[in-house]
Write a protein that binds this ligand. Structure first.
Ligand code: COA
Length: 700
């Protein structure tokens, strides 16, 4: 558990700002600590009172006689730094700072928060907060927070960047009997952030699933490294808010969070195995499913229902979620036929009909669960006058015990008539929802996680020992000395070549004779392109001539391009004309890179050419930690993949060469943080090898 050993299980806790007065934050923290059944020592600290809630109070932490392992600070913002300093002097290793009025209020608060963090660092203290509700651990037990009540005991660790959300969830969870191993209000994440708490929860024997509400990720690189490890051990489900433009602004004014681009979050979460919830409802539906269900062996779902409509809705959802409807064996079908009424639907979904009672449900469910082609089962039930929800649920509970490896989830439609049955399901630890969709969504989450965990942890970052860093450095040096940030095509091609990316031969000529000389060297036909960092759309200004197959043609094209550019863009600085070997046509792709504030470089690949922006057939991955398998998956996600595999009799493209080129591009941008953007469009993919034709590199 590393950095947080004893944070949740301290031997003694000081509450600085403890108060006698009911209704004050400092009073509710003391009460919560007492009521939680915390087994260690509680020391209220208050300069005026000597006794609070029946406990001896101390005028300062330094006056406390014994050692203290955790201090909860609930004094006004102006007094927090001094209080933290005293805790440091006392040798207290952990702080929970409840107080608001730090970075979330602007510059002044930010400065105060920096001072607080610096104080913690000076004394080697780790701090939760500031601006948080506190934390609770039901297994210690401890409740060092000002929540209205304590969480029930359970195995979900819930980390929330919003204190209000945590409080609301806690209140709701008690009403539905949902328990937590720990609850942490992350606050401003001045020191400790989701990263440390996820790592700790992944190692915690009492936690089975980690659920988070986040508004941002403080350190993208560390998040990727740590969470990638954690998800191998336990499911991590995250609701990341602030995805919309308006939402992102709300997030930044809320806790001063700097929301990154949503695409980067999506990519990062997928790459490190995080299950992304899209709403608070989904966050907890998934958390409940993960806390109660086994991960199924596969994605084949069976549905048993007493009504057609919900069965169809569930079936649609199974397909929409990428799951499959289980195909029963011949034996199962025969047995179902023999035991169910003639009107019953035998194929998945199995419809036991509106007059189906508990015995008919039990029979159908037994047969379905015994089928080797079934990985999970959803029981749907409508409260018809003759349905027996409670008796049917008893059968569900028994069957779950017989088939512990196959998740069973309920979709009990209705309300009043189903309440007792729903309660029974909850008591038996079987997730039960009011409608079919969440049950299917939960199975989809379980299946995806199972697939992720089965993927071998191919953690080898791509390494290319043959790359020539020095050559790239030298090119960048020259570009910067030339007061430019955009590389010429010939320079970009040289950078690509230094990293083993096969770029079409290209060189810069300043006179028609030089152009001819270069063309002779590389062989005809060639293409001529104007070389000017200011001209982005060369074709539009008549700056490109293709298919030049003789010295005369090259000479003529050189002069024409110069004339065109002089006429249309007389102010543009022209470095000369690039002569490029005309390459045979291949499948046109794009390989690119853009940087995200939080997660660093993101690599894109997909269908290239002039319709890139129109077709948007591009898939993304973060360069950090990118593996060969990820690149293969990335390619497979694009429509271009169908072309690459050989569409309509075409020869397939050289996929290993493509994977290599993408991997090398990732290596390049990781090695050179000064590269702002890369666009290689088009890349011609051939049956053997590839060729990068137009490479744009911008540095900062
Ligand atoms: N050491 C110990 N106790 C001290 C102290 C010190 N250095 N300085 C003051 N105190 C005592 C006060 O005397 C007072 O005790 P009393 O009730 O017996 O008078 C107590 O600490 C609290 O100080 P007070 O000035 O009354 O502050 P408060 O209780 O009104 O507010 C906070 C303190 C922390 C609750 C408030 O500043 C705050 O931040 N509120 C928002 C909390 C929040 O929303 N957090 C984020 C949730 S998402």
């Amino acid at each position: 558990m590393g950095e947080l050993t004893n944070f949740y299980n301290p031997t003694a806790v000081a509450i600085v700002g403890a108060s006698k007065k009911p209704g004050k934050v400092g009073n509710s923290i003391v009460k919560n600590m007492i009521e939680s059944g915390y087994p260690g020592k509680i020391y209220p600290v208050n300069p005026k009172d000597s006794e609070i809630e029946g406990l001896k109070a101390y005028p300062s932490v330094t006056a406390i006689p014994g050692p203290v392992e955790l201090a909860v600070l609930s004094v006004p913002a102006a007094k927090v730094v001094e209080a933290a300093r005293e805790c440091g002097e006392k040798g207290i290793p952990y702080l929970v700072v409840i107080t608001a009025g730090f970075k979330e209020i602007g510059k002044e608060g930010l400065d105060l928060e920096k001072e607080l963090v610096a104080t913690c660092r000076r004394y080697g203290m780790r701090m939760l907060g500031p601006n948080c509700v506190g934390m609770a651990d039901t297994h210690t037990p401890i409740n060092a927070s000002f929540t209205r009540n304590s969480p029930l005991k359970g195995d979900i660790a819930f980390l929330s960047q919003s204190g209000a959300t945590l409080i609301a969830i806690l209140d709701w969870s008690r009403s539905v009997g949902l328990g937590f191993s720990k609850m942490v209000s992350l606050g401003n994440k001045g020191d400790l952030s989701e990263i440390e708490f996820i790592a700790e929860a992944a190692a915690d024997p009492y936690t089975r699933v980690i659920a988070c509400y986040l508004e941002d990720v403080a350190d993208g690189a560390r998040f990727l490294d740590v969470v990638r490890e954690a998800t191998r051990k336990k499911p991590v489900i995250i609701l990341k808010s602030g995805t919309s433009q308006a939402g992102a602004q709300a997030a930044s004014s809320h806790t001063g969070a700097l929301a990154g681009s949503d695409l980067a979050y999506d990519t990062a979460f997928r790459q490190c195995g995080v299950i992304r919830a899209r709403s608070l409802t989904e966050l907890f539906e998934l958390a409940i499913a993960f806390s109660r269900c086994p991960v199924p062996a596969g994605k084949r779902v069976a549905i048993v229902t007493n009504s057609g409509g919900p069965g169809i809705v569930a079936t649609d959802n199974v397909e929409a979620r990428g799951l499959t409807m289980a195909r029963f064996t011949r034996e199962t079908i025969d047995e179902l036929r023999a035991g169910l009424p003639a009107e019953a639907a035998l194929y998945n979904p199995v419809d036991v009909l509106g007059d189906g009672k508990a015995d008919r449900y039990r029979f159908a469910m037994e047969k379905v669960l015994a089928d080797p082609n079934v990985d999970s089962m959803v029981v749907l039930m409508c409260p018809t006058a003759v349905a027996q929800p409670v008796e049917t649920t008893r059968a569900v509970v028994e069957l779950q015990k017989q088939y512990p490896g196959k998740p069973i989830l309920g979709g009990y439609l209705g309300g009043e008539s189903m309440a007792e049955a729903v309660q029974l399901m909850a008591e038996a630890g079987i997730p039960c929802f009011t409608f079919p969709e969440p049950a299917i969504a939960a199975i989809s989450g379980l299946v995806n996680y199972g697939q992720f965990r089965e993927m071998p942890g191919d953690g080898n970052e791509l390494s290319y020992p043959d790359v020539d860093k020095r050559a790239v450095k030298a090119i960048f040096y020259d570009v910067i000395r030339d007061n430019r940030l955009v590389l010429l095509g010939s320079e970009a091609a040289a950078v690509a070549r230094a990293y083993g990316i096969s770029a079409a031969p290209v060189s810069l000529a300043t006179t028609p004779d030089e152009a001819v000389e270069e063309a002779q060297k590389m062989g005809y036909p060639v293409v001529l392109k104007v070389a000017s960092p200011k001209i982005l759309h060369k074709t539009d200004v008549g700056g490109v001539k293709v298919g030049l197959d003789s010295p005369e043609a090259v000479r003529r094209a050189f002069v024409e391009i110069m004339e065109n550019v002089n006429l249309l863009l007389p102010e543009a600085v022209v470095y000369g004309i690039e002569v490029q070997k005309m390459m045979p046509k291949g499948t046109e792709l794009i390989i690119g890179m853009t940087r995200d504030v939080q997660f660093g470089p993101m690599i894109a690949c997909g269908l290239g050419g002039i319709y890139v922006n129109l077709l948007k057939d591009v898939s993304f991955r973060l360069a950090r930690g990118l593996t060969r398998r990820e690149i293969e998956n990335m390619l497979a996600e694009t429509k271009a993949y169908t072309l690459l595999r050989g569409y309509r009799g075409e020869k397939p493209a050289d996929l290993p060469a493509l994977v290599d080129a993408i991997g090398r591009t990732a290596r390049l941008v990781l090695d050179f943080p000064e590269i702002n953007e890369i666009d290689i469009n088009p890349v011609f993919a051939y049956n053997q090898g590839l060729s990068a034709l137009d490479i744009k590199i911008t540095i900062s």
